[in-house]
Structures are given as structure tokens and as C-alpha cells.
Design a protein around this ligand. Sequence first.
Ligand SMILES: C[S@@+](CC[C@H](N)C(=O)[O-])C[C@H]1O[C@@H](n2cnc3c(N)ncnc32)[C@H](O)[C@@H]1O
Length: 445
Amino acid sequence: MTTNNDFTYHVPVMLQECIDGLVINPDGIYVDVTFGGGGHSKAIFEQLSPKGQLIVFDQDPDARNNAWEAPNFHFVAANFAFLKNHLRVLGFPLVDGILADLGVSSHQFDDAKRGFSIRANEQLDMRMNQSGDVTAQNIVATYNEEELARIFRAYGELDHPYKTAVELVKARNKSKIKTTGDLELVRNIDGGIALTFATTSTGNITMTGLMGSVTPLSSLTTTSSSTGGLVLAGGSITTSGDQSHAVIISANNSVSLISNSGSLSINRNVTLTGSTSNLLLKAAANIDLLASRAVTTNGGSITFHSDSDASGAGYIQLASAASLASNGGNITLGGGTTVATGYAVGAGSVTDGITLYQATISAGAGNVILNGKGKSTGGIGVYIYGNDSATASANDSGITTTTGNITINGYGVSSLGLYLLKPNTHIISSSGNISIQSTGGVDLY
Ligand SMILES: C[S@@+](CC[C@H](N)C(=O)[O-])C[C@H]1O[C@@H](n2cnc3c(N)ncnc32)[C@H](O)[C@@H]1O
């Protein structure tokens, strides 16, 4: 007998446990229904006397190359669904033990032409029995969303089987999915991927338009120590999951999050650790820093720029306990093509240009500039809303710098330019200038 024992085809898993579990009787009859590279079969066979019998199944014709010749060894090139029939025909209606090592073999993954693996870009196939009619390519091209979701749910171990099916159908409507590489089109659907971009040169990483929607994205990290930055223009990024940060910029990079026609909503913390890292959040419409979220830099500047004009509906809003903090860099909220135009105008429920709702801006030694314009009917230009408690500071609202200047341009149209509401509201510059220009008046309430 010559048996394959180099395990290059497939390394048998839990070999000793399987053999122990079978409690082999040397004169008994045993069946391995998933022969593959024959590693388990060989270990069983070695325990058998010439009287003992081993019958093996594999529906993959390649597996036959691992079989050996012996009077008490029988290879059946078939699906083990027909086990009973084959055993009867071979004259072994009763057996002493059956081993099933279910799944694919390493060989099926390693041979790119089999179209199982996304390690190489080959025709999508995935047939174990290559004389079968149905390939994965057929299934991906013809099954509807429900049928695909059922397969992904049952066999795919995906967190979002239905969503993946929906995205796959969307992708195949744009272009045919023929290869394992084409599956990249739907690769990002499932489960909290982390993208890490590391540049070694001074170039930027730019994603323009093509991005579509990446959901969920657990983190986006740049690790370059160069002066390159990260530009996201178009598309959308949604972060979800338990991570505390949406974006961490770990060196002196600049990040621009630009939405040319939509809004930006920051629902995770953004931290720029490099001392000259800068952040620009620029949107044609609204920019929201959601409750308890912080945008923090270690010296670089933070800019929120809402570009809306007379036809737009933009505003900038820092929700409860949100904070902007830079250790010395400038913080600017505003935008528009000319100073103090283009915030909360047009449709939309928020009427005020810039709102700090029990939220804080602290710029260290940097300057803070707020340019806010309210909606034409009743909108306040810049609205800073503190809490009621005379002693609490946790939900204080306002702006602080040490030596920097604070400039507020509030444009109220038919309402206040600047409105400071509740006791714990502040605008403090320890030794810089504070300049307030208001159209529509200033109210301290
Ligand atoms: C994980 S591998 C088995 C590896 C094997 N135990 C070894 O030691 O090399 C699974 C093998 O079972 C085969 N297989 C999977 N499902 C089968 C089925 N329903 N009928 C027959 N063979 C099947 C595959 O073609 C593959 O070669």
C-alpha cells in the first residue's frame, strides 16, 4: 500500500481525537465520508488488520489522486448523500464507525482555478464536483435576494446576510459578477471593517465620489508620519459599533471630510494626535456634532464649514455635551461664500445658524471664530444655550481661549444675532480680545 502522508493537499484536523473517538476495532468496517487528502483515512487504515475494511467517499475528482490501492480499501467518487446505497452495493450494509470532516479542503482553496478563494482573482466556481452544472457564478447571477440571504444565513456566518444579499443584487445590476475578485464589490457590507491607510510619502490619500457608502466602518486610521493627509470627497461614511472613535489621526496629517451636496453628522469622537493635524468638516448643508461627541486636536485647527447659500438649508449644531477642543489651534465655525452668510436658510427644522447646546469650544491659545446666520424667519445667528444649574459645569456651554481672540459674527435677519441663554453660558478669553458683531441684536438671558 502507498498512502499520501505529506499533507500538502490538506492537513487533517484533530487527527488523534478523531481516531480515539472511533475506538477502532482492527477487524471492523469504517467509512470516511470526506476523504479529501486522506489524512484521517490513512490513520484509520493503519489501525486495521487485513480483515478490516475502509470505505471512503469524496465528490471532488481531485481527491481520488490521494487514494491508494489495497484489497480492503474502497474509494467511492460520489456525494455521501448516497452513502447507504453505495455501502449496500459494496456489500457493507452495516459498519462499525463513520467519520465526517465536513467542509472544503485546503486544496480546494489553494487551487485558484477552483474559484473558491478570494486570494486570487479567478472565475467564481466553488463546485466540489466539477462535473456538476451549478457554479457559484450561476447562483450569484440568478438567485433572488431571499434565496441568497438564505444561503448566506445558513452557510456564510455573516452578520448581515440579508443586507449582503441586497447589496450583491445591486452590484450585479451594475456589472456582472464573474470572478472571485468581483465579490470585492460587496465585501464591505459585513461587519465592522477597519481600514488602515499608511502612506510613506508625502502624498494624500484621496477617495473621491466612487466610495458610495461604507457601512459599517469600525475605524478609519491613517498612520503616516509624512505631511500627507486624507481627503474624503463624496460618498458617505457611517461608523457604528462600540468603538469610541470614528477617526484617529495619529500623526501630523490633515483630514478633510467634505460633503459637496449633503450633510455631515459626527457620531463618534475624532482625535487628531499630531501637533499640526488639522480637521476640516465641510458640507453643503448641515453639520452636526452629536451629543457627547468630542473633536479634539493636539494643537491643530478645527474648522466646521457649512456652505449653504440662499437656496440651501445648512446649519452647524453642537449637541448636548459635545465638545471641540484644540490645544492651541484655531477653531472656526462658519462658512458660506462671504462671511456670515449661508447657514440656516431655506427649509429645515433648525432655524439657527450655529447652535451650542450645553456644548463647549476650547481653543487653548488659539482663536475662535463663529460666523452664523439664522433662517430668515426667526432664526438666531449664533445661539449658545447653557444649563440651569448655577454650580454645574459639566454641561456648561460656551467658548474659552487663553491668549486667543474670540470673534462672533451673528446675523439674525429678523431675529437675534447672538443669544446667550441660561446661567452657565460663557465666552471667555483670558488675555485675548472678544469681538462680537451682531445684526439683529445680542440677548443675554
Ligand atoms: C475538510 S475536507 C476533508 C479532509 C480530510 N479529512 C483529510 O484528512 O484530508 C472535506 C472533503 O470532503 C469533500 N466533501 C464535502 N462534502 C461532500 C459530500 N457531500 N460528499 C462527498 N464529499 C464531500 C470535499 O470535496 C473535501 O475534499
